[in-house]
Design a protein around this ligand. Structure first.
Ligand SMILES: Nc1ncnc2c1ncn2[C@@H]1O[C@H](COP(=O)(O)OP(=O)(O)OP(=O)(O)O)[C@@H](O)[C@H]1O
Ligand SMILES: [Mg+2]
Length: 1003
């Protein structure tokens, strides 16, 4: 009832909206009638005229009737002309109908227009695209696959070219320079993934303005908008690259570990057999008392050992089926745990080569195991005590530089060793806990995870933390490098970038709430050009899937005998295949489409309306392709659509139905449902089974009833709501990231596009110095409590100042800060004097980008971990989203702090060439050169190598500090004031040269 009222209200609201647009349609037609008198040249000149009027202040709305009329009139002139669309000649035959103009107006207004299949949405979009690009902006048409992007751009290209506009097509395999050309056009056609990835690459990875490809986000029309903004919105766009986090050497340790596991297996089998013997020796007499006797205790202890060493040992698992044995085991475990001195546990462990903890995902080598792996140096597998070692160095006499070097060596040794131990530990897990054909399968030289709940293969998914690599090593298949997220955005947040967004589809109405809530997009339903005469039959319901499929085949056979074409929709590739197999047995020729080969499938589905044709297709296959009826088919009732299952979303079912009865053609549709279908099983069977009971249905019978249709719809609505809440949740989490992304990308773009990276760097240095001064010389403490030494150490480690204690003693914290900043300025001028200004600017830019990118990627990684772990907090009665926000915020702050410190620290550690670097070092007074700084300088070569890396989807950027890039002239002077020096005086940097020939060269 409430639904009915709502519909009534919504319905009339829609009618009112549509009514309001009609007068504009009439004005378009009036202009178009006038334009018929113009010559082709005069019509073409309209484009420039409109552009001029807009730059003179006219609004797009003012121009709309004329611009739309120009497009419509162009269509009229093109009638009969031929051009090539996707390799085939095509003859133009369309002039927009009034309802198409109507739809175009709604698109210009930033609405989602629902127009039925076959109403000609491709043509509708040309009018608002033309109008909106007149403002000088690049406008986007977003489709679902590369084939449709190219087809539509070429198909509609005739109109655009006639009117003097350029059209670009973005395709998956294009390199950046080609993409840039496509975006340079007035209108660009492409898929949502390509648009989204280009955005991520432009803003998160490009290192100069020249390598960015997009020209902003002004206006986009999204075709098949429900599929893109709703179905695809569940998975975010992710660019990933090889991980920077670790380098694994699994294949190296694999043979050793395999040996070790073999030894342990033999050992454990021996323990099991001993335990068996012990129990058998008692001749099956079980102790009557509650206490375990000696043999039992002994056997329990042995089995417990096996459980620690090989938790999945086959014999052990078999024995554990006996509850008596399990009791023995538990007692033994208790006894071990009860021993507070842990002596018992240690003793047990030392009898094994290693122990494995299934729950903790942990393994531990024993002394015995270490000796086995490396008889000469078992300590190679012990993690050294880093803290003690570092303290020891500090306590011994020696020069600071020496000590620092030693510490670094120890740190490095520590890292290498823990890496090795981690590798071995993961290999042990791979061998002992993961069984082939249970946890995973090996196919095509790949390890594929098996989902533990559904048993389905999960290609593409990988275990984390090196475990997948370990299993790959175990199975001798190619070990893939670990990947990590380099850049990511949800579809929702990508499309929110547009100043104006519009969409079109045959089915939007059922998702109107979501479009409104998430995208602020209203839905308007445009009436069809011809009344729709499709006959939608009631659903037929069966008890079992088998009966349902049999009924479908029978139906197909009957209609096929008459020659009526049919389209059979399925919800999965699997269902398509079952139906195809069954049809083969009846020898009915048919096509099967799985939305894989877009172009071929489009061509096949275009013929689905021909006499006698049978086409089985999953719901996305051939979407956007027109099905025209063959001759004589109209008399047979047109195309008949069979739905072999109700989809989770009503929208998808409507989409399928809409494939027939286009433009007033005849057509019919019917859905087949069984109680075994997923939808029915999970969301609706109880009620429906009741109804069927009441209506007295028997095995093998079918049932049709309006009541059933209603219950099925209720089930669908439940799933829709459920899925909506999932998407909303994903978005709530991504919103946190979105804000951070905006800040970071904004900063990054300022550096790439701005002309003065040095200014940004010095702002950062100032901030960092200020923070350090505040840290070591806190305002609330007396000067003699300050940690001047720490400050000096930091300053001299970061900058080549050679700052000494006596230079800053007896000064206030503010004065000290100023002294440091002045010296940094001066030192930087000395450096700049020896550099080519263009090269230096490129270096400066890269210093910032390197720090930003490296730490941002690390941050993305940490955010992933946070997101994965946060669900657990829900158990603590806290809202995980709130927790996530708080933690994400502090992580971001920390990251930005680290970025700044890193930038400050790297400013002096780079030079464009060895010569410039040597000049710089010579220019500095010798005592000013901090030894560790000199050691960590890096040169052009490494960075130049980096510059040659491809920009798109490439490797993470790290390491090198500079690159030679063609950068426009003009170095801006550093903003802050340096002390005044006469041009002919000796340079204050101590080089002995005149100031004008040294640091003053650019001043
Ligand atoms: N004004 C027109 N005059 C004549 N034919 C037209 C007109 N507009 C569209 N058509 C024809 O209608 C058919 C369907 O067009 P189109 O593929 O653009 O529809 P659609 O609304 O995008 O459908 P779908 O929902 O399947 O994507 C095409 O064959 C096209 O030539
Ligand atoms: Mg279409």
């Amino acid at each position: 009832m409430i639904n009915w009222i709502l519909k009534k209200i919504l319905g009339s609201k829609n009618q009112r909206e549509v009514k309001r647009l009609w007068p504009t349609v009439h004005r378009v037609n009036e202009f178009e009638a006038e334009y018929q008198k113009l010559s082709d040249e005069q019509l073409r000149a309209k484009t420039d005229e409109f552009r001029k009027r807009i730059s003179d202040g006219a609004s797009l709305d003012d121009i709309l009737p004329e611009a739309f009329a120009a497009v419509k009139n162009t269509c009229r002139r093109l009638i009969g002309r031929e051009w090539i669309v996707r390799g085939r000649p095509y003859k133009w035959d369309m002039i927009p109908f009034d309802v198409q103009v109507l739809g175009g107006i709604a698109l210009h207004q930033g609405k989602i227009t629902e127009m039925a299949t076959g109403e000609g949405k491709t043509l509708v979009a040309t009018m608002p695209l033309y109008l909106n690009t007149l403002s000088g902006n690049n406008v986007h048409l977003v489709t679902v696959n590369d084939y449709l992007a190219a087809r539509d751009a070429e198909w509609m290209g005739g109109i655009y070219t006639f009117l003097g506009l350029t059209v670009g097509i973005i395709q998956h395999d294009q390199p950046p320079q080609i993409r840039r050309q496509q975006y340079a056009c007035d209108i660009s056609y492409g898929t949502n993934a390509e648009f989204g990835f280009d955005y991520l690459r432009d803003n998160g990875m490009a290192t100069s303005a020249e390598t960015q490809v997009q020209r902003g986000h002004f206006y986009a029309i999204v075709d098949e908008v429900d599929s893109i903004l709703i179905d695809e919105a569940r998975t975010p766009l992710i660019i990933s690259g090889p991980s920077t986090v670790s380098t694994h050497a699994y294949d190296k340790y694999k043979p050793q570990v395999a040996e070790l596991v073999r030894a342990q297996t033999m050992l454990c089998n021996r323990f099991v057999n001993e335990a068996k013997q012990l129990l058998e020796n008692r001749n099956g007499e079980k102790s009557t008392s509650k206490e375990l006797d000696q043999e039992e205790q002994q056997a329990g202890r042995l089995l417990h050992k096996v459980r620690m060493g090989m938790p999945k040992n086959k014999q052990l698992l078999k024995m554990m089926e006996d509850p008596e044995v399990r009791k023995l085991l538990d007692e033994a475990e208790l006894a071990v745990l009860a021993d507070s001195s842990k002596k018992e546990l240690m003793a047990l462990k030392e009898e094994l080569f290693f122990t494995i903890d299934e729950k903790q995902h942990d393994s531990d080598l024993s002394e015995k195991g270490r000796k086995f792996l490396n008889p000469n140096d078992p300590d190679a597998f012990v993690i050294p005590d880093l803290v003690t070692a570092l303290q020891e160095i500090d306590s011994l006499p020696g020069e600071d530089g020496e000590k620092e070097k030693k510490k670094q060596q120890i740190q490095q040794a520590f890292d290498e060793r823990s890496e090795k131990i981690h590798n071995i530990s993961q290999l042990l897990r791979a061998y002992c806990l993961f069984e082939k054909d249970v946890e995973y399968v090996v196919q095509d030289n790949k390890v594929i995870i098996v989902d533990e709940f559904t048993g389905r293969l999960m290609p593409g998914r990988r275990w984390s933390d090196g475990l997948h690599q370990a299993v790959e090593a175990k199975e001798d298949v190619a070990i893939e490098r670990e990947t990590q997220t380099l850049a990511t955005i949800t579809i929702q947040n990508y499309f929110r970038l547009y100043e104006k967004l519009a969409g079109m589809t045959g089915t939007a109405e059922t998702e109107a709430t979501e479009f409104e809530n998430i995208y602020k997009l209203g839905v308007i339903v445009i009436p069809t050009n011809q009344p729709c005469v499709r006959k939608d039959e009631h659903d037929v319901v069966y008890k079992t899937r088998r009966e349902k499929y049999n009924a479908i085949i029978k139906e197909i056979e009957e209609r096929h005998r008459k020659g009526q074409p049919m389209l059979v929709g399925t919800v999965s590739v699997e269902a398509s295949e079952v139906l195809s197999r069954m049809l083969k047995r009846t020898s009915i020729p048919h096509n099967v489409l799985n939305a894989k080969y877009h172009q071929q499938e489009a061509e096949i589905i275009a013929r689905a309306g021909q006499h006698g044709s049978v086409t089985i297709a999953t719901n996305m296959a051939g979407r956007g392709t027109d099905i025209k009826l063959g001759s004589g088919v109209t008399d047979l009732g047109g195309l008949h659509v069979i739905g072999s299952e109700r989809h989770e979303a009503r929208r998808i079912d409507r989409q399928l139905r809409g494939r027939c009865a286009r433009q007033g053609d005849p057509g019919s549709s019917q859905f087949y449902v069984s109680l075994e279908d997923d939808l029915m099983r999970l969301f609706g069977s109880g009620r429906i089974a009741n109804i069927m009971e009441k209506l007295g249905m028997k095995e093998g019978e079918e049932l049709q009833h309006p009541l059933l249709n209603r219950s099925i719809e209720t089930a669908q609505r439940r799933v829709e709501e459920h899925n909506f809440s999932i998407r909303k949740r994903t978005l709530e989490y991504d919103d946190v990231m979105n804000k951070q992304r905006e800040v970071l990308y904004g900063f990054r773009n300022d550096i790439i596009q701005g002309d003065n990276p040095r200014e940004a760097i010095f702002d950062i240095i100032e901030e960092v110095v200020e923070a350090r001064v505040a840290e070591y010389l806190p305002k609330d403490k007396l000067a003699d409590e300050w940690d001047i030494d720490a400050l000096l150490r930091w300053v001299n480690h970061s900058f080549p100042l050679g700052l000494r204690r006596n230079q800053i003693e007896q000064k206030t914290a503010d004065e000290i800060r100023q002294v440091i900043l002045d010296k940094v300025q001066k030192a930087y001028q000395a450096k700049a004097a020896n550099e080519n200004p263009d090269a230096l600017k490129a270096i400066e830019r890269l210093i910032v980008l390197n720090a930003l990118d490296r730490l941002w990627q690390e941050h993305l990684y940490n955010m992933d971990q946070l997101r994965n772990g946060i669900g657990l907090r829900a158990y603590g009665q806290r809202d995980p989203l709130v927790e996530y926000k708080a933690e994400a915020f502090s992580m971001f702050e920390e990251m930005m702090d680290n970025v700044k410190s890193e930038i400050a620290g790297n400013v002096f550690r780079s030079a464009s060439s060895l010569a410039a670097f040597e000049d710089f070092m010579r220019a500095l007074p010798q005592q000013l050169i901090a030894p560790d700084l000199a050691a960590s300088m890096s040169f052009g070569q490494a960075a130049a190598a980096r510059a040659q890396q491809p920009m798109a989807g490439g490797a993470p950027q790290q390491g090198g500090d500079m690159v030679e890039e063609a950068i426009e002239q003009a170095t801006a002077p550093i903003r802050r004031d340096a002390p005044k020096v006469g041009r002919n005086q000796p340079c204050p940097c101590g080089s002995g040269k005149k100031y004008k020939n040294c640091c003053g060269r650019n001043a």
